[in-house]
Ligand binder design. Structure first.
Ligand SMILES: Nc1nc2c(ncn2[C@@H]2O[C@H](COP(=O)(O)OP(=O)(O)OP(=O)(O)O)[C@@H](O)[C@H]2O)c(=O)[nH]1
Ligand SMILES: [Mg+2]
Length: 363
């Protein structure tokens, strides 16, 4: 799972990226709009993984991971009162290359940090960036439609006639809506339409987690963001980055107590990204390894087997399944078995978040 961090210059993208990944990328007050990309991986905090590790004492523990990309270079400048829409190709690709977006919005007040649009106005900032994403998609749609039209007319097909025709129809249906500024993620599409559009990697089709960067002590403003596949949440960017960069757990706890933080928003943000993308985890356990595997919610036992290794899917016989809560309540795998809590399930079993799986297979 890869999440792209976007936002106007100086909104706190790099700050939040460092907070999420424990990174040390320098933050700046220049608010420059030069393209820059940093990526790093964060482990998904999950108390269940820690508890399973204490139970099995494995040689290694592998938590679920999320990759974050800090994408700088989006400008929101408006010199002539009009929006300056200038997302270049490099930037479009960097944003397109993610499963979801984390949109950082400046809420913190700080006179030493210039705002690219001069005044503090979170709703306007969100709309400005969203408009840029939608505009980039509109350009792509128009170019493709022109090409499809030419190909259908001249009979020089891009794909097959039926596919070109179908694509033309979908894009024609999409265009007027996008033209009016509607993000593609708000448009209702059939499964087939969605599949046909996937290759375009439209920026405004991606799920978005809007993160209001509050500063050290600001309140969370109420913000209406009535869009599909999106959530609004908040974080104390700089504070959390400072905490993430502390070495010892004791220092972190002290710092958090001082600022009255029960939980770092970074853990919450990672969980919310999971929900937004419809992901869940299942576990495999043993003396060698305790591991969390990320799959789509409603994944079948067969799909989960395949996530571990294609051989396990190919030679799938049965999945031995115990729910996490049952394992913890009974105290051990053998006790769970004695209590009838270990089930044998077939290929189509719909795996639940936290299930512990042991795939029986034969290749
Ligand atoms: N007061 C305050 N300043 C913050 C906070 N978060 C970020 N900043 C400051 O805002 C400035 C910009 O932060 P960055 O994280 O570099 O912002 P950015 O979005 O990555 O900026 P660009 O990469 O230039 O687009 C830095 O000086 C940060 O220290 C915050 O919560 N409170
Ligand atoms: Mg930055």
């Amino acid at each position: 799972m890869r999440i792209g961090i976007i936002g106007l210059p100086n909104s706190g993208k790099t700050t939040l990226f460092n907070a999420l990944t424990g990174g040390q990328v320098p933050t700046a007050t220049h608010g420059g709009s030069a393209f820059e990309l940093h990526t790093a991986v964060a482990f998904v905090p999950d108390a269940r993984v820690d508890i399973l590790t204490n139970m099995y004492h494995p040689k290694k523990t592998i938590p679920a991971r999320v990759e974050y990309a800090d994408i700088a270079g989006l400008s929101g400048a408006s010199s002539d009162g009009k929006q300056n829409v200038s997302i270049g190709g490099e930037l479009i690709n960097a944003i397109a290359n993610n499963d979801a977006l984390l949109h950082v919005v400046r809420v913190f007040k700080d006179d030493t940090v210039p705002h690219p649009l001069e005044t503090l106005n979170p709703a306007r900032d969100i709309a400005t960036l969203d408009a840029e994403l939608v505009f980039s998609d509109l350009t792509k749609i128009e170019n493709r439609l022109a090409r499809l039209e030419a190909s259908l007319k001249k009979g020089k097909l891009i794909s097959t006639f039926a596919d070109d025709q179908k694509e033309f129809e979908i894009l024609s249906k999409l265009k007027p809506q996008v033209d009016q500024g509607l993000p593609i993620r708000n448009v209702e599409l059939t499964a087939d339409e969605e599949k046909r559009l996937r290759g375009f990697q439209f920026l405004s089709s991606k799920p978005v987690l809007v993160v209001l960067n509050l500063g050290d002590d600001g309140d969370t403003p109420t913000l209406d963001y009535p869009h599909q596949k999106s959530m609004v949440t908040s974080a104390r960017g700089r504070l959390e980055m400072d905490i993430a960069q502390l070495d010892s757990a004791e220092d972190k706890a002290m710092f958090m107590a001082e600022y009255n933080l029960a939980e770092l928003s970074t853990s919450r943000l990672i969980r919310q990204s999971y929900d937004l993308l419809g992901k869940m985890v299942f576990f495999t356990v043993g003396e060698d390894e305790v591991r969390a595997w990320e799959v789509n919610r409603q994944a079948s036992a067969l799909e989960c087997a395949g996530a571990i290794h294609s051989d396990l899917a190919r030679g799938f016989i049965r999945a031995e399944v115990v729910a996490y809560d049952d394992l913890i309540a009974t105290g051990s795998h053998s006790a769970a078995k004695a209590h009838g809590k270990v089930r044998l399930e077939g290929k189509t079993y719909s795996v639940q978040d936290g299930d512990i799986l042991n795939i029986r297979f034969n290749v």
